[in-house]
Design a protein around this ligand. Structure first.
Ligand SMILES: O=C(O)CCC(=O)C(=O)O
Length: 398
């Protein structure tokens, strides 16, 4: 059975009922939360190496498009804890391009985050990448260390073991970072890569005979995400009332970063007491970040109207999360928000025997080209809203 959660009376309803109710009481689909088919129908067997390869998220885009059919102009399908869920398919098929573009920009201005469904990245590809990620992280530590992330925090490639990296916001002093890490290490491991021709940051792969297929899968996913990035940038440009290819023209080098993340299972108490962290509050550097995540949860987004207060941003099945980074905020003369976010214990975790399960997520960080001068985007400044920033070489930022 596929059901949705009704937040008003805290019940689970079958989808058929949800749909019929939706036609008359649209409000019922806010905070929609679908039981994923993988949970309902766990038929996919574990792989030969014993890893559970069943997808934790699966596409419900067909449901979202059904929900939207009663109102051709409504491209916002629901509001998931303050973050709009947008039907990006209506941009891709051309049926409501400007409406999607406007809704995306408005969401970026308001909260800096948006959920996109019908985004064009196939669920099969996402599941496949998660499977590779699980396979990679399940390898012995000695093997993963054969693709070591350089000690410098500037070369974002290769494998970092749990506790090695410490994400922080505006802390650049090495001694201060060390202190933060000692106080509460990040309990996560990661593998990072870019495209294989990057001279800026060469990739660091496992030796060829280790985990054959992993490198190809990462690169394939990298390019699939890049395609989605370009369509999102097109929509954003339209939202800003710029020519559709305006932002894309500044993203030709594809110096993006694919990051596989595994948060091992940890004690909820330790996490809540800040003795360990999953990932501390931070904003992203680049233009936009795409994020796919499993259904464990724990992502939290700062409430822009209450700095320091974070709201849970639980996964929306079938959706990718897109958020704006510091570069886009500055480029847009602070019209768009680069919002601070973090990963903590998912809501209700303590009731799960006090152990928070493993979590897997895959962010894809998108960067503008380096050899450009960045000026505030046309339309983001006026006599009433003067430019906050002088033109600057991209390479001198951050
Ligand atoms: O794991 C997540 O959901 C978020 C990851 C993240 O914020 C990051 O890697 O910068």
């Amino acid at each position: 059975m596929i059901a949705y959660h009704n937040n008003f009376d805290d019940t689970w309803r079958p989808v058929g009922k949800a749909l019929s109710e939706t036609l008359t009481h649209r409000v019922l689909v806010t905070d929609i939360n679908i039981v994923t088919p993988s949970r309902c129908n766990p038929t996919r067997p574990p792989s030969a190496d014993g890893i559970d390869l069943r997808p934790r998220t699966s596409s419900i885009s067909y449901l979202h498009s059904l929900l939207a059919n009663d109102d051709q102009t409504n491209v916002i399908l629901s509001n998931a804890h303050g973050i709009p869920v947008l039907d990006f398919g209506r941009f891709l098929d051309g049926s409501s391009k400007q409406e999607v573009a406007d809704a995306m920009l408005s969401s970026f201005k308001d909260i800096g985050f948006v959920h996109l469904v019908n985004h064009g990245l196939s669920q099969e590809k996402i599941d496949e990448m998660f499977n590779w990620s699980k396979r990679f992280f399940a390898q012995p530590m000695e093997l993963k260390q054969l693709a070591p992330h350089p000690p410098s925090g500037k070369h974002h490639r290769g494998y970092s073991a749990p506790g090695v990296e410490k994400v922080s916001q505006h802390v650049y002093d090495a001694a201060e970072v060390l202190k933060l890490r000692q106080e509460a290490p990040d309990m996560k491991e990661s593998f990072e890569c870019g495209h294989d021709a990057s001279e800026v940051m060469p990739n660091i792969w496992l030796p060829d005979d280790m985990l054959p297929g992993f490198k190809e899968a990462c690169l394939d996913f990298f390019w699939a995400c890049h395609e989605i990035e370009l369509t999102i940038l097109r929509a954003l440009a339209l939202g800003l009332k710029l020519p559709e290819d305006y932002l894309v023209k500044y993203h030709t080098a594809q110096d993006n970063q694919l990051r596989l993340l595994h948060y091992p299972s940890v004690s909820a108490e330790q996490l809540e007491r800040d003795e360990i962290s999953r990932i501390n509050a931070h904003s992203d550097f680049g233009s936009i970040t795409l994020l796919v995540q499993d259904d464990v949860g724990g992502l939290e987004v700062e409430d822009p109207r209450n700095p320091g207060q974070f709201k849970s941003a639980p996964p929306v099945a079938g959706a990718i999360v897109v958020n704006a980074g510091d570069f886009l905020m500055r480029w847009s003369n602070d019209m768009i928000r680069s919002t601070i976010h973090r990963v903590r214990a998912p809501p209700g975790a303590a009731s799960n025997n006090g152990i928070i399960p493993d979590r897997y997520s895959i962010p894809y960080f998108c960067s503008a080209d380096f050899p450009i001068v960045v000026e505030c985007l046309p339309g983001t400044y006026s006599a009433e809203r003067p430019r906050k920033y002088e033109p600057i070489w991209r390479s001198n930022m951050f």
